[in-house]
Design a protein around this ligand. Structure first.
Ligand code: GDP
Ligand code: IMO
Ligand code: MG
Length: 430
């Protein structure tokens, strides 16, 4: 049975949410397997806009099981707020949402650590995290001693564990310098609060690894929803300006607990240009009128933090790297309509680095910062395309632009998006 994964191939916000919502129709289960509420996935249908952080984007289709697997980090308060928000808007969230008892839980000290350590990227440049406690929670997971998993909230030792960790965190936070009043971290208050969250979440908590392994054997169709983008991958992205999980395709097996071999199709999601929010290099960045034009047309402001996203030309070097890394079969090119008013477009086809031309994405962030992009210029189309519903009906220059992206990345384009709504989608016939 087919299992599909949807992976962002740039620096996040490639419109994965839209694609997952569309593909959910052909699947039984949708799985978030890494990241947490640092993600902001948008689904638009019939003029209604939904922003999802941890709940999988499959939640809108009835009969579909949504799973938040063990590789995620979960802030119970934020998740409950998200569930309540959906329920209020008439989206049913009950047994159709399953949460892994292996998922790690974000606590108040994680937010404080995120705030205090955010400024410690390379060369004093801030990583510019989403301040959702993601990195600190993953750090504790790997460190083990100070970690609490969702399943622990229902065990006898929970109160003692919170006391022990809160005490240790008080000391370690004091050594970081508080940058303000020291955080209270009253262990009993935190215990009461998290016990109340745990009670509300109880109906959703399960061994999702067992569930997914059974689902694979039963031939269920599974859709894996990546968060962030491959260039924010902790191991393969522009370290240290990355997130703290494997956000490229390599993270699926570890995060979901399902062998990677079950995946039969990988859909790589690309914006028709590049954006990045937070610190770190963006080789094709246009910190000028073109960048501002793209930001305005594409409403490029963070879904989670509303920070303006940095914008630039399409980077085929970066996209080819991440498409190979994630073993992408087909591409979805999103937000093509945003480029409609530009007289000409540029695509980065190579980098000049230390006097040498290369088509490889450098492994060290200093080199990524140093590259000079080599551009190819293509004609723009200067006409509105948001109403177009077939590849044939696109202006020749738009077809040419898509063709060049496909050629440079080395994968066929299967889907083109010309607006945020479900309907504003072109499925390209092979
Ligand atoms: P995700 O994190 O990858 O799911 O992406 P985000 O939701 O953070 O950002 C994508 C933004 O682009 C959202 O506001 C979408 O509603 C919007 N969007 C998606 N596809 C298109 C498109 O084809 N054209 C335009 N103009 N906007 C789009
Ligand atoms: P979606 O799933 C874009 C960025 C942050 C920061 C870096 C580390 O919506 O595509 P973190 O809070 O994860 O420690 O921040 O990663 N970042 C994202 N950028 N889209 C996202 O998610 C992101 N999640 C994290 O801006 O630069
Ligand atoms: Mg987003």
């Amino acid at each position: 049975m087919p299992a599909t994964s949807v992976i962002g191939l740039q620096w996040g916000d490639e419109a994965k949410g839209k694609v997952v919502d569309l593909l959910t129709e052909q699947h039984d289960i949708v799985v978030r397997y890494q990241g947490g509420a640092n993600a902001g996935h948008t689904v638009v249908m019939g003029g209604q806009v939904y922003k999802l952080s941890l709940v999988p984007s499959g939640i809108f289709r009835s009969g579909v099981q949504c799973v938040v697997a063990g590789g995620t980090v979960l802030n119970p308060a934020a998740l409950l707020e998200e569930i309540d928000g959906l329920t209020l808007r008439g989206v049913p969230v009950s047994e159709n949402l399953m949460l892994s008892d292996r998922a790690h839980v974000i606590f108040p000290w994680h937010f404080e650590e995120d705030r205090l350590m955010n400024d410690q990227g390379a060369d004093g440049e801030s990583i510019g995290t989403t301040l959702r406690g993601i990195g600190p929670c993953y750090r504790d997971k790997v460190g083990r001693s100070w970690a609490i998993r969702l399943g622990d909230l229902y065990r006898e030792g929970f109160r003692g564990r919170v006391r022990k960790i809160a005490e240790a965190k008080r000391r370690s936070l004091a050594s970081l310098g508080t940058g303000g009043a020291p955080l209270e971290l009253d262990a009993d208050t935190i215990f009461e609060q998290y016990s109340a969250y745990a009670e509300r979440l109880r109906p959703h908590v399960a061994d999702t690894t067992a569930y997914l392994l059974d689902a694979v054997e039963a031939g269920k169709r599974i859709l894996f929803e990546g968060a962030q983008g491959a260039l924010l991958d902790i191991d393969h992205g522009t370290f240290p300006f990355v997130t703290s999980s494997n956000s490229s395709g390599v993270g699926i097996a570890a995060g979901a607990g399902v062998p990677g071999r079950v995946i039969t199709k990988v859909v790589g999601i690309l914006k028709a240009y590049c954006t990045r929010v937070g610190g770190g290099p963006l080789p094709t960045e246009q910190d000028n009128a073109t960048g501002q034009h793209i930001r305005d047309r594409g409403n490029e402001y963070g879904t989670v933090t509303r920070r303006p996203r940095r914008c630039g030309w399409f980077d085929a070097v970066a996209a080819r790297y991440t498409a190979r890394l994630s073993d992408v079969d087909v591409l979805a090119v999103m937000l093509l309509d945003v480029l409609s008013e530009l007289p000409e477009l540029r695509i980065c086809t190579g980098y000049d680095l230390n006097g040498r031309r290369t088509a490889d994405f450098p492994s060290h962030v200093d080199d990524v910062r140093r590259v000079a992009p080599v551009y190819e210029t293509l004609p723009g189309w200067r006409q509105e395309i948001s109403h177009v519903r077939s590849f044939e009906a696109l202006p020749p220059a738009a077809k040419n632009y898509l063709g060049r992206i496909s050629q440079l990345v080395g994968r066929p384009v299967e889907l083109v998006s010309v607006g945020p709504d479900r309907e504003q989608t072109i499925f390209v016939k092979p």
